[in-house]
Design a protein around this ligand. Structure first.
Ligand SMILES: CC(C)(COP(=O)(O)OP(=O)(O)OC[C@H]1O[C@@H](n2cnc3c(N)ncnc32)[C@H](O)[C@@H]1OP(=O)(O)O)[C@@H](O)C(=O)NCCC(=O)NCCS
Length: 197
């Protein structure tokens, strides 16, 4: 890890950021322990997902380094059923050439902050049991292991465990939930918010 993290700005994504996100994601699905997708992801898929999330008031943020997007993160509903409407799950990806430069350390708290500000109460993440960087990053930001799903993933010729992690947001279950608020406006507006982390 570098002493000085990269001077990135964390902000809501725009449609112009999509090609960067496609590149980042394509590398990780082919080589990493993150998500796995047999077919290449089409830019339209990310555009559609991004719009769907913004419509549902869920954050979709990027790490901007001098105009280049070197990481992104977003939250989606944990489950579709209404009882679970205060719980989100999320994904985070950093460009392969900028890992261990403090980008994840900027994106993750910004995503947590945005989800909490929107009124969500629990944040959930599924991480491959062998993904030490992601496990360490999440545990460093208050995620606790809620369980291990044994051998539920099969990729690159073998079975792997999935670790379930959870973090309360805001007052968690210490109070009744309120109304879910709108998160960051679609970037591209006059003054898109920047996050403090
Ligand atoms: C996991 C990931 C998001 C971490 O982002 P990053 O920008 O590389 O992480 P940072 O440089 O901000 O480091 C933050 C913390 O993560 C952990 N970490 C990062 N890289 C690590 C590594 N290679 N080994 C162990 N811990 C690591 C450390 O706890 C680190 O904090 P520290 O330096 O104070 O110890 C990034 O490696 C990535 O995109 N991986 C591929 C996609 C992926 O697996 N996404 C998560 C799916 S659940």
């Amino acid at each position: 890890m570098l002493d000085q993290p990269l001077p990135v700005v964390v902000r809501p994504s725009t449609e112009q950021d999509v090609p960067f996100m496609v590149d980042i994601y394509a590398y990780h699905v082919q080589n990493g322990l993150g998500d796995y997708q047999p077919d290449p992801l089409h830019p339209e898929d990310i555009k559609r997902r991004r719009k769907a999330m913004l419509k549902r008031r869920l954050p979709h943020i990027v790490a901007d380094f001098n105009g280049a997007i070197i990481g992104y993160a977003y939250a989606v509903p944990f489950l579709k059923r209404p009882s679970y409407r205060y719980a989100v799950k999320h994904s985070i990806y950093v460009h392969k050439d900028h890992r261990q430069s403090g980008v994840g350390r900027k994106l993750l708290p910004a995503l947590i902050e945005a989800c909490a500000a929107a009124g969500y109460r629990q944040m959930i993440c599924y991480i491959d049991g062998e993904n030490a960087p992601s496990l360490s990053l999440h545990e460093g930001f208050g995620f606790a292991r809620a369980g291990v799903l044994k051998s539920v993933a099969f990729r690159f010729g073998r079975w792997t465990d999935t670790v379930l992690l959870q973090r309360p947001l805001g007052e968690g279950d210490a109070s009744l939930p309120g109304r879910l608020e709108s998160v960051a406006e679609e970037a591209g507006s006059q003054n898109p918010p920047q996050y403090s982390h």
